[in-house]
Design a protein around this ligand. Structure first.
Ligand SMILES: Nc1nc2c(ncn2[C@@H]2O[C@H](COP(=O)(O)OP(=O)(O)OP(=O)(O)O)[C@@H](O)[C@H]2O)c(=O)[nH]1
Ligand SMILES: [Mg+2]
Length: 699
């Protein structure tokens, strides 16, 4: 295999809302480039990028897929991500694998909540983007103004590279504003012809070209001067201007097309090559040196010391566990000894594979910027950094999304029982949105995920891959707990028994933190009141106490705990004693800290026909919902609302009967709010019943 030319490499993600046409676009790109022999279709299950049985059955993407291709002088690695909110945790993690993306938009659908979320994440990760307005064969009115409006809302500066020729069924191609030529396509063959701009589009094309030049000129003083003096910018200048505008994140080129009809696909590929960054042009990645804790910044440089970030794990039926990583500096080879900076352990690389849809191809090396999978590593999980032991670096870990829905799982038979836990363990390695724990009291498996469909997918996978059949029981709301006041207390653990005693003594202050901040531990011990080596044990004790809650045994969050005093005993103190003292101190402090329950609140978008709107809003209000606004979309109304999860668990059948099956909704976890006081008792009772009716402490 020829060595890769890094400056010609484009790692491109495809991002956009659920069903916007990402996979279809990926398939069209692969087919145009000759990477697949026929055009894969989502609808008949033939897509190379949606190959898992759970995906082909539902015609949606559930897990991110990778495929490489060659196009002209460029090597591309396409990363097709899921778009439905239920499956976004995987998309968000996989954003660590690319620095450039095609954002797919359907203007008639507008900006969906999940698209907005992805946009924000892409901004945070400095992912450079092109906008592809897809499904133009379905757009019945000229989308250009609407696109601009959406982009204004996102505070993005769009520059048109094209205008569409024809709409809906008559969509034929695009006018290229750089060459001022009309590119039209023969039927659905993907073959195009170039001609002069049709008379009726000339004016619109001129205007759009001006908008493009204006946008480009604004990013560069010299060009702006030339432009304002009325001089034409050359094609090369415009291209260069767009490129630097995209690389600095200031410009968003807009292209139009149809994936299923293969219109505008090669134009998009050209734009990917011309305007999206090669790895060395992406922003360098900052981590820390795990030994000195100093910041370390690595650019995508193949000559640097090796480092890579594992952002996804796949359990392949044949190849075993695949750790999918992006090489950030240096190179990885198939016999390399590496250091896992996250787990502080050594690993030996064995088989290296490139992912081609569901297939893999063996490779002997991968250099900075490339995405590669290593098979059967000993102890590596998603979120780990691999590096050279003598130049260690640890990149920021993956952010976990809190689960939105929980069910109790019941194995169908005794034989299934033994397979459930190991099966779920492996599914959790692959899927960042899944969480599972065994409730000690009820001995139930509690499975948490991002939504109803997500849970169904997990159950199917559990059966297909691991032979475990389960039934789902009533969903549980993942409440949390926090405190509303600050307080201080002592935790003193002393035990004198036969031989060596146990002694640990801590003074803690606990205070509420802003919602979403999690947990912070502050060590304010001065003068060695507690020796340094016992401090981590105190923190561990506090964390354990937080995990088992106070009001109704739900995990506690948004608390800062400050250890400010204590004492120790030369002989009797130990990690164990300080862990218990930390936990006792925390529990003592809780008594005066006004602990309360927090409930998850969902952000909802309910689409209903006009005549059902009053009923739908009334119903949301009766569920303690807050309606934020209503928007018209064709004959439908979209109601945006915030509703506590406990009120909306069985919404689907109610909405169906309210709208005679014409309504639909999407929801995702928005935030946690304090549970109204009068409802606390009910939740406490439920948690006691779940714990066996005795209301005993969990720990
Ligand atoms: N008419 C038309 N239909 C399209 C086009 N692109 C995709 N579709 C259809 O839109 C539906 C969704 O397409 P997908 O490619 O699965 O969309 P996606 O964005 O990958 O969806 P998720 O990955 O599940 O978020 C399918 O029924 C496609 O056939 C297009 O350009 N024109
Ligand atoms: Mg898809």
């Amino acid at each position: 295999m020829a060595a890769i030319e890094v400056d010609k490499l484009r790692n491109v993600g495809i991002l956009g809302h659920g069903g916007s046409g990402k996979t279809s676009l990926g398939e069209a790109v692969l087919f145009s480039a000759g990477a697949t022999q026929r055009l894969g279709k989502v609808d008949d299950g033939s897509a190379a990028l949606d190959y898992e049985p759970e995906e082909t059955k539902r015609h949606i993407s559930i897990s991110t897929a990778f495929h490489s291709l060659k196009w002209k002088k460029w090597s591309m690695n396409l990363v097709d991500t899921p778009g439905y909110s239920t499956f976004l945790p995987d998309t968000i993690h996989c954003m660590r694998g690319f620095g450039g993306a095609v954002f797919v938009l359907n203007p008639s659908v507008g900006l969906r909540v999940e698209a907005e979320r992805l946009w924000t994440h892409a901004n945070e990760r400095n992912i450079r983007r092109l906008l592809f307005v897809s499904k133009m064969d379905k757009e019945e009115s000229d989308p250009t103004d609407h696109v601009e409006e959406i982009l204004n809302g996102l505070e993005a500066k769009g520059v048109p590279l094209q205008i569409p020729i024809g709409l809906g069924e008559n969509f034929k191609g695009v006018v290229d504003l750089l060459t001022m030529k009309a590119i039209t396509f023969d039927g659905d063959s993907g073959k195009s012809n170039q001609a002069d701009i049709p008379e009726e589009l000339k004016k619109a094309a001129e205007e759009a070209r001006l908008r493009m030049m204006e946008g480009v000129a604004e990013t560069d003083d010299a060009m702006l001067e030339k432009y304002l003096e009325g001089q034409e910018l050359t094609a090369d200048e415009i291209k260069q201007g767009i490129r630097s505008g995209v690389l600095s994140g200031k410009l968003l080129p807009i292209l139009y097309g149809s994936a299923t009809r293969q219109i505008g696909v090669s134009q998009l590929m050209e734009a990917i090559g011309e305007y999206l960054p090669s790895p060395p042009e992406e922003r360098a990645v900052t981590g820390i040196n795990p030994v000195t804790k100093e910041e370390v910044t690595r650019s995508f440089d193949a000559t640097g010391p090796f480092s890579a970030f594992v952002f996804k794990t796949v359990i392949d039926p044949f190849a075993g566990r695949l750790s999918i990583m992006r090489v950030i500096s240096g190179k990885i080879t198939s016999d390399l000894a590496v250091y896992n900076a996250t787990r502080q352990s050594k690993e030996k690389i064995g088989h290296l594979l490139k992912l081609e849809g569901k297939k893999q191809e063996a490779v002997t090396e991968a250099v900075a910027g490339e995405v590669v999978a290593a098979a059967k590593l000993k102890d590596v999980g998603s979120g780990d950094t691999l590096c050279e032991e003598k130049s260690p670096v640890q990149y920021p870990p993956l952010v976990q999304s809190p689960p939105a829905i929980s069910f109790a799982l019941e194995p169908k038979s005794r034989a299934d029982e033994d397979k459930v836990a190991p099966g779920l363990q492996r599914i959790m390695e692959e899927d960042p949105g899944v969480q599972m724990h065994r409730d000690e009291q009820t001995r139930e498996f509690i499975l948490s995920g991002m939504g109803q469909m997500h849970i169904e997918v997990i159950v199917e996978k559990l059966k297909r891959k691991y032979g475990a059949e389960v039934e789902l029981k009533a969903p549980k709301v993942p409440y949390l707990e926090t405190i509303k006041a600050s307080s201080s207390a002592q935790g003193r653990y002393k035990k004198q028994s036969g031989g060596r005693g146990q002694f640990g003594d801590t003074w803690l202050k606990i205070e509420p933190m802003q919602r979403g901040k999690g947990f912070e531990f502050v060590n304010n011990i001065v003068g060695g009141a507690i020796p340094k080596n016992y401090i981590p044990a105190v923190e561990k004790g506090i964390k354990e106490a937080m995990a088992s809650g106070y009001v109704a045994h739900f995990p506690m969050v948004d608390i800062r705990a400050t250890l400010y005093d204590g004492s120790y005993h030369e002989v009797d103190s130990s990690d164990m004693a300080f862990k218990i003292a930390g936990s006792m101190g925390f529990k003592n402090a809780l008594e005066k800290a006004k602990p309360v329950l927090l409930e998850p609140v969902m952000s909802m978008e309910v689409t209903v026909p006009e005549d059902c709107m009053g009923d739908a809003i009334g119903d949301l209000n009766s569920r303690r919902g807050k309606v934020l606004g209503v928007e018209a979309r064709g004959h439908n109304q979209i109601i945006k609302a915030m509703v506590p999860m406990s009120e909306i668990l069985r919404y689907a059948p109610d909405l169906t009967s309210m709208t005679s099956g014409r309504g639909e909704f999407q929801m995702s976890l928005s935030h946690y709010d304090e549970l109204p006081g009068h409802m606390t008792e009910k939740v406490v009772k439920e948690s006691q019943t779940a714990a066996g009716g005795n209301g005993k402490e969990k720990d």
